[in-house]
Structures are given as structure tokens and as C-alpha cells.
Design a protein around this ligand. Structure first.
Ligand SMILES: [Zn+2]
Length: 320
């Protein structure tokens, strides 16, 4: 079973009204995350993957560069490329109206989600993103993930029209990520499937110890939940499992201090994947063999103990 360790890489400022003043500090935190203990944004994430000999997929958000220039985007691209990891395209269209000049003709204010845009606008925004990422030094991406997992039928048409081969925008647990239509009938979204020439790899979910569906995010699940979910998925015959993290998940919110709980969890997950690489090889889109036809598999379930571990960790994190 191929494991996709995916990281959405993005930079956020405190407020849209103070972008220019906030950007230098925000960029430092989101990209480097310097603290007395080390650099826990991209550098530490890349270091742990490298130490474990694992492949990661970095979905990089480039539209901020239409406001702040290519250099900061090139810094992100270089960090990831120098670590030998894969770069794909992520898009937060919140930046569309902040770009200088605006990315779309006509303006019309801020629209947060890609699915708030027309089919033609989605196509143009993806094209802008691909252009920026290549101008900043990356190879042309072949996979796409929409910001906030927002997608509709037009999104997949726009992704395909831009000659991308893979899309990982569907997250079955998020209301903005229910595209309906042709894909609604496909295997309950838990397996990869094809629509025309495009292969869709939805975000993976599992049932926690109390039967609640939950997406497999490193910052939001215990290591034991993630490991048990992958083991159950593999036993059920899943061909791939997609995990989510971000460039900032190893840090305490609004700070560059490492979050020791998430750091330990990420370490534990990576150790498990390194020790079990024959059964759970980490994969990128660049080396993915054709995915099998969906066969209607169910969500994997994990034990109560695995979920209770998360509750305990969450409680302790609030105290620290
Ligand atoms: Zn994002």
C-alpha cells in the first residue's frame, strides 16, 4: 500500500489589512520557524523525512508570490528541492485580489474557496499557480490540491485542462469538499479513482475508537491512530493511503516553539514507516504506478485505546 505523506505549504499573515507589515515575520515563521530548539517549520520536517529515508509530497501554495515576488517562493522551492522531495501545486485563492496586479480581471473582492470561482476563473488561477511555481525554479507539477479541500465539478475540469494528471482535493470529512455529480458515486471517496485522464486521490479517513470518521492528519490524530488506520487499510486491500500535514504543524499555534507532542508523533510515525517500508512504502506522484479500479472498500477502524491516546495528548497540550 503506497503511503502519501503530504504537506500543504502556505504562508499566512495576521490580517489581510496589514499584509505588507506582517509578511516578513510571517514568512520567517511559516517557512523556517526558528526557535531556541531549532527550525521547526520546513527545515525540521524535511530533516525528519531525510533521516528516515521517506518520500514526502509538498503541495506548495504559490499565489502569495503574485503579491510579494518570486524570491520568497524560490526560497521555499529550494528548501524542498535540496532535500530531494516532491513539489506539487496547492492554491489558496484568497490571494487573488491581493496580487499586484490582481490575478483576475474585474476584481469582485475576496472569495476564499476555489469552488467560489467560475470554471474559467478556476482554470486561470491554476494556470497562474503553475506559472509562478515554475518561474520560482520548480519542475512543472503534475498533481494539485485545492486550498481548504474546496472543490466542485469545475475544479476537476480546470485541473485536467491544465494538463495535470493527479488531484488530491477531495476530503470526505469536509463539507466544502463534496463535489457531487459523477464522483459522488465513486467508492465513497476512500479509494483513488479516475475521471477521464485525471486520477483522483482523496484524503484518507478512518473511524476512530468511538466510530467517528476522522481524516488522517498528523497534527490532529495520535500516532497510534494513524498507524492502526494504515494497518487496517492495508489489511482491507487499500492501494494507497493519503496523510495530511502542513509546514507549520510541528509548532505551537501562533508561535515558533516546537509542539513536543506533535514532534514526537511525527517522529514515531516516520520511524514506523521507515521500519515497515516493504509493506508501507512512501510514494510521490512522480513514481506512482497506475492505480487499480475502486472496489467499494470501507473506512478502516482503530482501537479505543488509540483514540484515548489522542484525548490524553490533547488535554496535556492544553496544559503546556
Ligand atoms: Zn492550504
Amino acid at each position: 500500500m503506497n503511503v502519501f505523506l503530504t504537506f500543504d505549504v502556505e504562508v499566512w499573515c495576521k490580517s489581510w489589512s496589514t499584509l505588507d507589515a506582517d509578511f516578513p515575520t510571517s514568512f520567517e515563521r511559516y517557512v523556517f520557524g526558528r526557535s531556541a530548539k531549532g527550525q521547526y517549520a520546513l527545515p525540521k520536517t524535511l530533516e525528519v523525512l531525510d533521516k528516515s529515508g521517506l518520500r514526502g509530497v509538498f503541495f506548495v501554495e504559490p499565489l502569495f508570490a503574485a503579491r510579494f515576488g518570486l524570491e520568497p517562493l524560490a526560497t521555499i522551492i529550494n528548501l524542498i528541492q535540496d532535500a530531494g522531495q516532491e513539489i506539487q501545486l496547492h492554491l489558496h485563492p484568497e490571494w487573488t485580489d491581493e496580487a499586484d496586479p490582481p490575478l483576475l480581471a474585474g476584481g469582485a473582492g475576496k472569495r476564499q474557496l476555489l469552488s467560489d470561482y467560475s470554471a474559467d476563473e478556476q482554470c486561470q488561477l491554476i494556470e497562474h499557480g503553475l506559472k509562478l511555481i515554475q518561474e520560482a525554479g520548480a519542475a512543472r507539477p503534475i498533481a494539485f490540491r485545492s486550498g481548504s479541500f474546496a472543490c466542485n465539478q469545475d475544479t476537476f475540469a480546470a485541473v485536467a485542462a491544465n494538463q495535470l494528471s493527479f488531484d488530491s482535493s477531495i476530503n470526505p470529512e469536509m463539507p466544502v469538499s463534496q463535489p457531487g455529480g459523477i464522483v459522488a458515486d465513486m467508492a465513497g471517496y476512500c479509494e483513488p479513482f479516475r475521471v477521464g485522464d485525471l486520477t483522483l486521490l482523496p484524503m484518507s479517513s478512518f473511524r476512530d475508537g468511538f466510530q467517528q470518521p476522522r481524516h488522517a492528519q498528523i497534527g490532529a490524530c495520535s500516532a497510534r491512530e494513524l498507524i492502526e488506520a494504515m494497518q487496517a487499510a492495508e489489511r482491507s486491500g487499500w492501494s494507497s493511503f493519503v496523510l495530511l500535514s502542513h509546514n507549520f504543524e510541528l509548532m505551537v499555534p501562533n508561535s515558533s516553539r516546537p509542539d513536543s507532542f506533535v514532534v514526537r508523533r511525527f517522529d514515531k510515525l516516520c520511524r514506523f514507516l521507515a521500519q515497515n517500508r516493504a509493506i508501507f512504502p512512501t510514494a510521490g506522484f512522480g513514481d506512482l504506478p497506475p492505480v487499480p479500479e475502486p472496489s467499494g472498500l470501507e473506512l478502516p477502524s482503530v482501537s479505543k485505546a488509540a483514540t484515548i491516546t489522542r484525548y490524553v495528548e490533547q488535554g496535556l497540550r492544553r496544559l503546556t
